[in-house]
Design a binder for this molecule. Structure first.
Ligand code: 13P
Ligand code: SF4
Length: 355
């Protein structure tokens, strides 16, 4: 198993309740902890009985996040962990494409996602036919797909990456001598990554787009995260006026205009690490709101500005109730054709190598 240690799983209802009180004090009201502890206790018992491992993305709601996952993290960390598990069942408390990635890495294991409706606006915004069309339009350019895509799209790509290693993967390809890289589908992540590498951005959604000659070019797609695209430069300016001492952190799925105004940009893991390491009067996170709650619970002495008007409706579909049902009924299993698994595996392996 990976070097990250699994979280403790208490072995009685009382111990589960006590653990949740300790971790969630001031974040989740006591009456809710009492209700949720019972669900968490049942989930943890079933998990042991069925030899399952639970992976929880950083966006999970705080009571779930702090009670049942054996491992928590960002997309990259959880993919790496899923590649090393020896559990019979992987329950992925995250969205569907994350479960697919775990399945591609574990074709012989059962991978369950607690909701079969937990999508993602990025993954839904591109198809394998789009990738094939781009390959024709920009012959010879390697295709990098963001992990927030479905397996059929990954199967048509050369490399995969997350927001945690996008810069590294694209830099690697430019250093290898490619002057054009196709990077799909998040327009903002592609533009932010291009800016970080001094590359020109070209919108590949335009069938007539041409890449300039000379220099480095990132060819993107015009799809955005329905949550992060809503943060505006004005939001950042207002935050600064209201909380002049706050460090503002944004996910790179935010627009380049927002990214230019904040203090720190990075994957959800980068944000957790930053708050853990850097002592500041307070922090404001421009990302799914549960992250702020989870960090506040983990670091009770750190003050978080709560900005919760924007939520990911897909991530929020994953509840403790559904996680229990997932284990009880073995639902919803990720099923992919052997051909797609075989073709999507190489880009994912490359993503894990270039961490
Ligand atoms: P991370 O890879 O940073 O965990 O982000 C996943 C995601 O869906 C962000 O919206
Ligand atoms: Fe997809 Fe955005 Fe939700 Fe992340 S926050 S899962 S990118 S819709």
């Amino acid at each position: 198993m990976p070097s990250i240690k699994p979280l403790d799983t208490p072995d009685s209802l009382d111990a589960t309740t006590a653990m949740m009180h300790k971790r969630l004090h001031g974040i989740v009201p006591d009456f809710e902890i009492a209700l949720k502890a019972e669900l968490a206790w049942k989930i943890n018992q079933l998990k042991k009985e069925k030899n399952a491992v639970i992976l929880g993305h950083n966006y999970m709601e705080p009571a779930l996040y702090h009670s049942v996952p054996d491992y928590t993290g960002d997309s990259l960390q959880l993919s790496a962990i899923s590649a090393q598990t020896d559990a019979a069942i992987i329950v992925f408390c995250g969205v569907w494409f994350m479960g697919e990635t775990a399945k591609i890495l574990n074709p012989e294991r059962m991978v369950l996602v607690p909701s079969d409706k937990a999508g993602c606006s990025l993954a839904e915004g591109i198809t394998s036919a789009d990738v094939l069309r781009l390959r024709q339009q920009f012959p010879g350019a390697p295709v990098v797909t963001y992990v927030n895509t479905y397996a059929e799209v990954k199967a048509e790509s050369d490399y995969c990456c997350t927001s945690g290693n996008a810069l590294k993967v694209l830099k690697y390809l430019f250093d290898e001598g490619h002057d054009r890289v196709i990077f799909l589908p998040d327009e903002y992540l592609a533009r932010n990554t291009a800016a970080g590498l001094g590359a020109t951005y070209v919108n590949g959604s335009d069938p007539n787009a041409v890449a300039p000659t000379g220099g480095r070019t990132v060819i993107g797609w015009s799809v955005r995260c329905e949550v992060h695209e809503l943060f505006t430069p004005d939001d950042v300016r207002q935050l600064r006026r209201q909380y002049p001492d706050a460090i503002i952190l944004a996910h790179p799925e935010c627009s380049p205009e927002v990214v230019a105004l904040v203090d720190v940009t990075g994957s959800t893991k980068d944000m957790v690490d930053y708050v853990a390491k850097v002592d500041a009067p307070r922090y404001a996170l421009l990302t799914e709101c549960s992250m702020g709650d989870n960090i506040a619970a983990q670091f009770p002495h750190r003050e978080m500005v709560r900005a919760c008007s924007l939520r990911c409706k897909h991530m929020n579909l994953i509840t403790l109730e559904d996680t229990l049902a997932a284990l009880e009924n073995e639902q919803y299993p990720v099923q992919l054709s052997p051909d797609v698994i075989a073709r999507a595996r190489q880009p994912i392996d490359r993503m894990l190598q270039l961490r």
